[in-house]
Design a protein around this ligand. Sequence first.
Ligand SMILES: CC(C)(COP(=O)(O)OP(=O)(O)OC[C@H]1O[C@@H](n2cnc3c(N)ncnc32)[C@H](O)[C@@H]1OP(=O)(O)O)[C@@H](O)C(=O)NCCC(=O)NCCS
Length: 217
Amino acid sequence: MTDDYFLFSSVHRQKQVTHAFLFSGMNRLNLPSHENRKTMKQTVTIRKETLPDYQRVIELTEKAFETLEISEHNEGKLVEKLRKEPTFVDELSLVAELKGQVVGHILFTPMVIENGGHKFHTLILAPVSVLPEFQKQGIGGQLIHAGHQKAIELGFHSAILLGHPEYYPRFGYKPASTWGIKTQIPLPCDDVFMAVELTEGRLTGVSGMVVFPPEFG
Ligand SMILES: CC(C)(COP(=O)(O)OP(=O)(O)OC[C@H]1O[C@@H](n2cnc3c(N)ncnc32)[C@H](O)[C@@H]1OP(=O)(O)O)[C@@H](O)C(=O)NCCC(=O)NCCS
C-alpha cells in the first residue's frame, strides 16, 4: 500500500487518525447549508472513460478533493496509478458527461477477501469525484448506480469501500462487519468500512480479511 492511496492506504498511525477525522468530519466540513444545496438534479450521460478523458479526469478528481482540508490532495495521482495496474478494468472506470463536459468519475477495482484457503472476489470503490460546482445534483449517485450495474454485468456481486457513513447507505452499503469482513487498516469507527451486495445474498457466508493486492503499492 502506498501513502498516496488516500482512501485506503494508511501505513502511519498519524495518517490513520487523519482519515478518522476525515470520515467523521467530512459532512461537517464539506456540505453547504441546507438552503444552498437545494439544487436541480442533473441527468448525465455515464460512459466508460477513454484515453482522451484521462487528463480531464485527473484534473476533476483533484478539484473534487481540493476543498477537503484533510485530504492530501493526491487522489488524481491515485487514479493515474490505478489505471496502470494489472487489476484495472477499464469498463469499471466511468465518467459522467454533461453537455459534452466530463464532470464526474468513478473507479471500481477488483480485490480479494481472504479467509483461510478461501478467496472471495469483490470490488473496491475508490475514488468517486464530482466537480465542486456540479455536486449535490445527483451526479455522484448516478455514477454509483451505473458502476454497480456495470459491475453486475461483468460478474461481480459485491463492493466495498471506506467512506462517508451518511452517504453510502442510500446505495445499499452496510458496515462490512455485518458479514465479518475486516481490514487491517485501523478504523475510526466501524461504519466507515462498508460493503454492498450487488446481487442479493451474495455476501452470505463471506467473511475474512480484505487483501490489498501488491499492485496497490
Ligand atoms: C461525494 C460526492 C462524490 C457525491 O457526489 P454528488 O454528486 O455531490 O452527490 P449526489 O448529488 O448524488 O448526492 C447528494 C446527496 O449526498 C449527500 N452528500 C454528498 N456528499 C456527502 C458527504 N461528503 N457526506 C455525507 N453526505 C454527502 C448530500 O448531502 C446530498 O444529500 P441529500 O440528497 O439528502 O440532499 C461528491 O460530493 C464529491 O466529489 N465530493 C468530494 C470527493 C469525495 O468526498 N469523494 C468521496 C470520498 S469517500
